[in-house]
Write a protein that binds this ligand. Structure first.
Ligand code: F6R
Length: 615
């Protein structure tokens, strides 16, 4: 993961880089660092922990010392891969205090290169894979190469998925950058140029952006930009004008971004549907374009919460459109030789559009000849740019690491795809389409009603906040919700949690039940509720603390539950078909309030990052 930013040709470059890093903390927040050059001196400031610590440190240093006037600087925010979280392992990594490099990704053959460099006399102070980069630059510059040639020789040596930026005191007005699978954007300014892991990180400096393509390398000066392919052919890449985001996004009075994003859901879902439903009754998704001229199997691939959205999508598409769906974890799909028998189309789902696993799965699908489609939030992201067709969730920036509004908006699009497929293959009658669109239009108010159970959820959170382990159960459309509820809880509260299909409990997981283990079930009377209640009963008999969040009918049946929350009334068809939307809300609120009770860092939980750009 990690975020990189660089500026050349603008005074006070370090400050401008820090502004960029603020917008990249979603890519990692284990440590941060900056390096700048002025009058033949390279100055590096690094700090363990979040960016504010680096800012404090850099302010102290600036107050202590004479103003360090600089017009070239690079910066980094880290998500640790190789080497623990420490100042030594923070970037920029340097060589002989003359060359500095910031890097995102993994250099896979670093150990061999490191041993070679050690035998040639280079000292390593970190455990990172990155440190080989400044030393390799140093080695090739000492051999008489200019910066561009030195960079090319470095690229010849290294393998892996990476994006990096280097600067050298020997070439004071130059930055060398390259990418392979990890994203890198170059911003064009007036007598200045910029680099960032995404376009947003430099949109305070320019709105004219070039995305480097895989294998590209570039030499960037204040007044000149040269881009080359991996075969050293000079190329012009397309300049894109991006819209500047409206400054930094605030918490709007909420304690955490996650809380704000949960409560935003009723207002952002209409943004998702705005371009996908016409005249309140017509779904505008072009199914033929998505690769469904004929009835084929759909392949869905994604990671984490987006994968669980895909699982819900499978259930809907099979039920509504009678079309087979395979849902594959992106990290698994890419390293298999999957059969595409009966498939014409792949759908990847990604909030960030940058998850490397999902991107690689997409490329794999493309190579196998599938038409590729994406449900994506970040427009202009790598997945958005590489896919044949994108459907945008349009929910605005999601800052909290735990996905919330992205999940429900992904569900909206999956549901609409299911209905559009159902229409195309005559499984859904035109009259029913109108009814279904009316359901979607009712969603914001239904979610708003669900949000009103927050106070009751808080009481449950207080009750289970000290549990060692929590089990989530669900059946049918609510099975993926059990998985999502457990993921959400574990990632932000650090309590061990697992989700299971209710019917699977007796095949093994039931051994985990002992006195007072909380078992949470989201339940809707959809015709299968009795089966789920029996599964719950089995856990109850073995001493579990049963927590039921359900409609009136289920609450009345499961009298044995210890803690119960009755959800508001919704008409039968609506609640059984759209139950994943309704139950996403208690799943999110429960995780949020348990974490809040335990005082964890809700928006930036340990060991995680918002955008996962390593494999
Ligand atoms: C969990 C969460 C992650 C992401 C996953 C995929 O709350 O946010 O599991 O869903 O890393 O990310 P995207 O959707 O950006 O590809």
């Amino acid at each position: 993961m990690c975020g990189v930013v660089a500026v050349v040709g603008k005074q006070n470059a370090t400050q401008l880089v820090i502004e960029g890093l603020r917008k990249l903390e979603y890519r990692g927040y284990d440590s941060a660092g900056i390096a700048s050059m002025s009058n033949g001196t390279l100055r590096t400031i690094k700090s363990e922990g979040k960016l504010y610590k680096l800012i404090d440190k850099s302010n102290e240093i600036s107050n202590d010392k004479l103003h360090f006037d600089n017009s070239i600087a690079i910066g980094h925010t880290r998500w640790a891969t190789h080497g623990n979280i420490s100042v030594e392992n923070a970037h920029p990594l340097t060589s002989e205090n003359k060359i500095a490099v910031v890097h995102n990704g993994i250099i896979e053959n670093y150990e061999i290169l490191k041993n070679e460099l050690i035998s040639e006399g280079y000292d390593f102070i970190s455990q990172t894979d990155t440190e080989i980069l400044p030393h390799l630059f140093m080695k090739y510059i000492k051999l008489g190469n200019d910066f561009l040639e030195a960079g090319r020789l470095v690229l010849k040596d290294i393998r892996g998925a990476f994006a990096f930026v280097a600067m050298s005191l020997d070439f004071p007005n130059q930055l060398f950058a390259s990418r392979n699978s990890s994203p890198l954007a170059i911003g064009l300014g007036e007598k200045s140029n910029f680099i960032g892991s995404d376009a947003h990180s430099i949109d305070h400096l320019t709105q004219r952006i070039i995305y480097l393509e895989d294998g590209d390398h570039a030499l960037i000066k204040s007044d000149e930009l040269e881009i080359f392919t991996k075969d050293k052919v000079k190329v012009n890449r397309k300049v894109i004008n991006i819209k500047a985001e409206l400054g930094l996004i605030t918490k709007g009075g909420y304690k955490h971004f996650m809380e704000k994003e949960i409560f935003e859901q009723p207002s952002v879902i209409p943004q998702t549907t705005s371009t996908l439903i016409k005249n309140n009754s017509e779904i505008t998704i072009d199914i033929d374009r998505l690769g469904f001229e004929n009835k084929n199997t759909l392949l869905i691939s994604a990671a984490g919460t987006s994968y669980y959205a895909g699982m819900v999508g499978k259930y809907w598409i099979e039920q509504i459109a009678d079309l087979p769906v395979i849902v594959d974890l992106a990290s698994e799909y890419r390293y298999r030789k999957p059969s595409v028998f009966g498939q014409s189309s792949m759908l990847v789902i990604s909030q960030s559009g940058e998850s490397l696993d999902t991107l690689m799965a997409l490329r794999h699908g493309k190579e196998l000849g599938l038409i590729t489609n994406a449900i994506v939030n970040v427009e202009g992201s790598t997945i958005d740019r590489e896919v044949d067709n994108s459907l945008y969730t349009k929910v605005g920036a999601e800052i909290g690491v735990a996905s919330t509004k992205s999940f429900t908006s992904q569900l909206v699009i999956l549901f609409l795809i299911a209905v559009a497929l159902g229409k195309k293959f005559n499984n859904v009658k035109p009259r029913k389409i109108k009814e279904i669109c009316s359901y979607i239009n009712k969603l914001p108010s239904a979610i708003a009603q669900m949000l009103r159970i927050e106070d009751e959820i808080k009481l449950i959170a207080q009750n289970i906040k000290n549990a060692k382990s929590i089990i989530f159960l669900g059946r049918g459309l609510l099975y993926p919700l059990a998985l999502e509820g457990a993921l959400k809880l574990k990632e932000i509260s650090y309590i061990h949690a697992e989700g299971f299909a209710a019917g699977e409990m007796k095949h093994g997981p039931i051994a985990l039940i002992e006195d007072n283990v909380p078992v949470v079930m989201f339940l809707i009377s959809d015709g299968n509720e009795d089966k789920s209640i029996s599964n719950l009963q089995e856990a109850h008999s073995r001493g579990a603390k049963i927590i039921l969040i359900a409609d009136k009918k289920c609450i009345e049946k499961a009298t044995f539950a210890h803690l119960k929350i009755e959800i508001p009334f919704f008409e039968t068809d609506f609640k059984s078909l759209l139950s994943p939307f309704l139950m996403a809300i208690p799943a999110q609120l429960l995780a949020y309030h348990v974490a809040n009770e335990r005082g964890t860092d809700v928006d930036q939980p340990r060991n995680l990052a918002k955008s996962v750009t390593v494999e």
